[in-house]
Design a protein around this ligand. Structure first.
Ligand SMILES: Cc1cc2nc3c(=O)[nH]c(=O)nc-3n(C[C@H](O)[C@H](O)[C@H](O)COP(=O)(O)OP(=O)(O)OC[C@H]3O[C@@H](n4cnc5c(N)ncnc54)[C@H](O)[C@@H]3O)c2cc1C
Length: 433
């Protein structure tokens, strides 16, 4: 296992987690000749698990910058025929009632794509040497030792050390728990039911749109899309008052992440919807629960002990809102790479002082944290509004629903975010400070 001293002239970076964030960070940091990366993952094998995940133009552009065109090609991700980011259809009539248009995206490879999370993970894995990935390594604690290095302890009793530790270990991050033990996640009241299956099952259904589509209804939504490699996925779900003990028992505690759910939950929820949605729910063979957790409050800092930082869901779990978690993780990884390149040039990486490492981590945090805080504010406001409506039993009128869809999601700032520009702004600001 990688530890300090194995390669004396390079900076040892440990990444915990081999999700989208951890793998992208490993691929990026390995381009820095003064850095050696080791990855630690709690899973016993790297299987194709997960349902669909969306990457917007920002994440796709960043993967392309890293030379990962093969990971975002149509063999791995699905793009519909129309260059439109999102289609919204009416739950009952099935007519298109809203669209999100691109503002500054013309390259087809950058059009929003939907992936099986496992396909994307496997594609990224091809760019990471197998011998730097350590499986069955669940991080249970980490500490910064006399400001000089980071020590990690794993569930199997082994330990490892590094100059820098990157927590890319997702929503329940063990790295975050080590340094911010009081930080809490909250259930939003939403639990999704997701199914993924052979696209041949939808062939008998007339009128399934070729474009990935969101159907908006008064109290819930439905999403369906083709995926690469002849797969199809649907996502429905419930919204409840997050304080309601019955909903908590059934959909928060009872509906653990990735646990098989009763397929009738999906079919009954959409029985009165338009014939396409109803038929899609009927052909879906099985679904799994995905309860929606998000940061109760933003972490006040992403830097711990001057040598540890967080990326991806570990830093800013936002409950999957706006389908932007994958792209956020990718842009975090790239911003961290830019910051390390800037503050620790390859020739001096190992000899870099703690101060240079801190400067790199600060540059990363200044680039990305304000963006995540802005997103979390929007997520909190939306969740509160949704909960208020549920508690007061306020039903959205059809007119209001149509007006909401016409306005669209208004998220160009998220999906067309430019991480290189954000980094440059943070860098210039740091020089003036
Ligand atoms: C199994 C799985 C399936 C998912 N499926 C979907 C999906 O279908 N749709 C969707 O939108 N999002 C899904 N997500 C979440 C989505 O991947 C993330 O929101 C997004 O890609 C950001 O990824 P991340 O790398 O920050 O975190 P994650 O993708 O959660 O990756 C975190 C990685 O860290 C590992 N890990 C966690 N704790 C430890 C620890 N203590 N020690 C060592 N390793 C640890 C995990 O096993 C995982 O490999 C899934 C996540 C996981 C783990």
């Amino acid at each position: 296992m990688g530890s300090l001293g194995t390669e004396p002239n390079v900076l040892q970076v440990a990444i915990v987690g081999t999700g989208i964030a951890g793998l992208t960070a490993a691929i990026a940091l390995r381009k820095h000749s003064g850095i050696h990366v080791e990855l630690y993952e709690k899973a016993t094998e790297l299987r194709e698990i997960g349902a669909s995940i969306t990457l917007g133009p920002n994440g796709l552009r960043t993967l392309e910058r890293l030379g990962l065109e093969d990971c975002i090609s149509d063999k791995v991700g699905y793009r519909g025929p129309n260059p439109i980011s999102r289609f919204y259809r009416h739950w009952k009539t099935n007519e298109i009632i809203g669209e999100d248009f691109y503002e500054d995206v013309s390259e087809p490879l950058h059009y929003t794509a939907r992936f099986h999370r496992g396909h994307l993970q496997q594609a990224l894995l091809k760019h990471v040497p197998r011998d730097i990935i350590h499986l069955k390594k669940k991080l249970v604690s980490a500490s910064v030792e006399s400001e000089d290095y980071v020590k990690m302890e794993f569930q199997d009793g082994t330990t490892a050390t590094a100059d820098i530790l990157i927590g890319a270990d997702g929503i329940g991050s063990g790295v975050r728990k080590s340094f911010a033990p009081d930080f809490e996640l909250e259930w939003s009241g939403h639990t999704a039911f997701r199914g993924i299956f052979d696209a041949a099952l939808i062939e008998p259904i007339e009128g399934v749109p070729l474009d990935s589509t969101h159907w908006w209804g008064p109290d819930t939504n439905f999403f369906a899309t083709r995926l690469a490699q002849n797969l199809f996925t649907v996502q429905g779900g419930i919204y409840a008052d997050p304080q309601d003990p019955v909903a908590i028992a059934k959909f928060r505690d009872g509906g653990q992440w990735d646990k098989e759910a009763d397929i009738q939950l999906l079919r009954e929820k959409y029985v009165d919807w338009n014939p396409v949605v109803k038929a899609l729910s009927e052909v879906t063979p099985n679904v799994r629960y995905y309860p929606n957790f998000f940061c109760g409050s933003s972490l006040p800092t992403w830097i711990f002990g001057g040598r540890v930082t967080l990326i991806g869901d570990a830093a800013h779990a936002h409950g999957g809102a706006f389908a932007t978690g994958g792209s956020l993780a990718i842009d975090d990884a790239y911003a961290l790479y830019l910051a390390l390149m800037e503050a620790l040039p390859a020739s001096t990486a190992k000899k870099s002082s703690s101060k240079s490492i801190q400067r790199a981590l600060k540059l990363y945090e200044d680039t990305r944290r304000p963006h995540a805080v802005k997103l979390l504010k929007v997520v909190h406001a939306n969740n509160e509004m949704k909960t208020r409506k549920i508690i007061t039993a306020t039903q959205e009128t059809d007119e209001e629903l149509r007006a909401r869809a016409k306005r669209g999601s208004n998220t160009t700032w998220l999906h067309e975010y430019d991480v290189v520009k954000a980094f440059e702004d943070a860098r210039v600001a740091s020089l003036k400070a």
